[in-house]
Design a protein around this ligand. Structure first.
Ligand code: PLP
Length: 397
């Protein structure tokens, strides 16, 4: 059967593919260390589950307004004010089926053929494909490990053309855990204002940030920035709620209205029950988040030290999120059992086949010298997995 041309522009999410492959091998009895996961390994907190159960029992199981319930919008508005110092009205907020859905809708309503959208790399695997599906062109700005994978104002300025409409920025970042100081953001903001482009800020890892660093979303840098910003966030990562599919966006009334219209013709409202759970996540006790972050930080320290102790591997210390993005390229060109490691894809296949470790090739994030390892797994698995990677790499000659 013939499929539409736009389908050939995109690939299946590489992270979800690796996860599925690892799960299939596990089910077949292989002792796989799953370093591919893009989600916390903690359970959704009980108070949140209880809110969903109460919603079901109360019959809160029908359509809600397309853009989400007022109750959840108000919880989002309160969160944005409390955590980010941002004031929004209900008409400036939309609830979607995950942050990915919010990003997709933003891109669909804003961009079209001829537009360019800037994406600093290493980038989250979905940004480029989401932009392709709108007809616009993703323009990747490659950052350097030497700069801590931070986008420099000079790089941003040099990448803007008359066709540039926006930048999609994500920090703490997936995959490298990059974060920015207020000063660094200020310098980027100056370029954004000067060039008259929009900012789509993916703040999904806002709360998963280490060493007591503060988080500032771009829109909080002043009225001018707020006017050109769309703030995207959700409950998936902060509250271990990836399966519930609740995300949100805040921005100008006009754009939010367009997104609501768009959403009304595809998904309609996000799940009513999940919306009730998200209200509890945002308004309820927040101490579970701090405990989770503390555990992630301990794991980060162990995995970074373990990887850097492998000869020829270098790994920056992430400032947030739950991934590391080590450079393993000194092993490229080497072989084992007649197979040569040409790049990150072969490396990921080799580590899965030889070491039973599932991880994602860095090429999918725009940096082929690297691999992405998720440490959203137990300390025991982390130690075992790093030992296996070490052994497998040292077998290459
Ligand atoms: C996980 C992730 C998302 C998607 O979050 P959902 O709310 O589950 O759709 C968005 N952006 C980044 C960078 C992510 O890692």
């Amino acid at each position: 059967m013939k499929t539409a041309g736009r389908i050939s522009l995109i690939k299946p999410s590489p992270t979800l593919t690796i996860q599925a492959k690892a799960n299939a091998l596990k089910a077949a009895g292989r002792d796989i260390i799953a370093f591919g996961a893009g989600e916390p390994d903690f359970d959704t907190p009980q108070n949140i589950k209880d809110a969903a159960i109460r919603a079901i029992e109360a019959g809160f199981t029908k359509y809600t307004p397309v853009g989400g319930t007022d109750e959840l919008k108000d919880a989002v508005i309160a969160k944005l004010l409390r955590d980010n110092g941002l004031a929004y009205k209900r008409s400036e907020v939309i609830i979607s089926c995950g942050a990915k859905h919010a990003l997709f809708n933003i891109v669909q309503v804003l961009f079209e053929e001829g537009d360019e959208v800037l994406i600093p790399s290493p980038y989250w695997v979905s940004y480029t494909d989401i932009v392709y599906l709108s007809g616009a062109k993703p323009v990747v700005i490659k950052t350097n490990a030497g700069d801590g994978f931070k986008l420099l104002p000079s790089q941003l300025e040099a990448s803007v053309t008359p066709r540039t409409r926006a930048i999609i920025i994500n920090y703490p970042s997936n995959p490298a855990g990059v974060s920015y100081t207020l000063e660094e953001l200020g310098a980027l903001a100056e370029v954004i204002i000067k060039k008259g482009i929009m900012v789509i800020s993916d703040d999904i890892y806002e709360k998963i940030i280490y060493d007591g660093q503060p988080f500032h979303t771009m829109a909080s840098l002043g009225e001018e920035l707020k006017r050109v910003s769309l703030v995207v966030n959700g409950v998936s990562k902060t509250y271990s709620m990836t399966g519930w599919r609740i995300g949100y966006a805040a921005g100008s009334e006009e754009i939010i209205a367009a997104m609501t219209k768009y959403q009304s013709q595809n998904t309609s409202n996000p799940t009513s029950i999940a919306q009730k759970a998200a209200v509890e996540a945002l308004n309820g006790p927040q101490d579970g988040v701090a405990a989770m972050v503390q555990e992630f930080q301990k794991r980060r320290d162990v995995i970074v030290a373990g990887l850097n102790a492998i000869p020829g591997v270098t790994c920056l210390k992430p400032l947030g999120a739950f991934y590391v993005f080590p450079d393993v390229s000194s092993y490229y060109g080497r072989s084992f059992g007649g197979k040569t490691i040409a790049g990150s894809a072969e490396m990921a296949t080799y580590l899965l086949d030889e070491a039973n470790v599932a991880l994602v090739p860095g090429g999918d994030f725009g940096h082929d010298d690297h691999i992405r390892i998720s440490y959203a797994t137990s300390m025991e698995q982390i130690e075992k997995g790093v030992a296996r990677i070490r052994e497998a790499l040292l077998k290459l000659s």
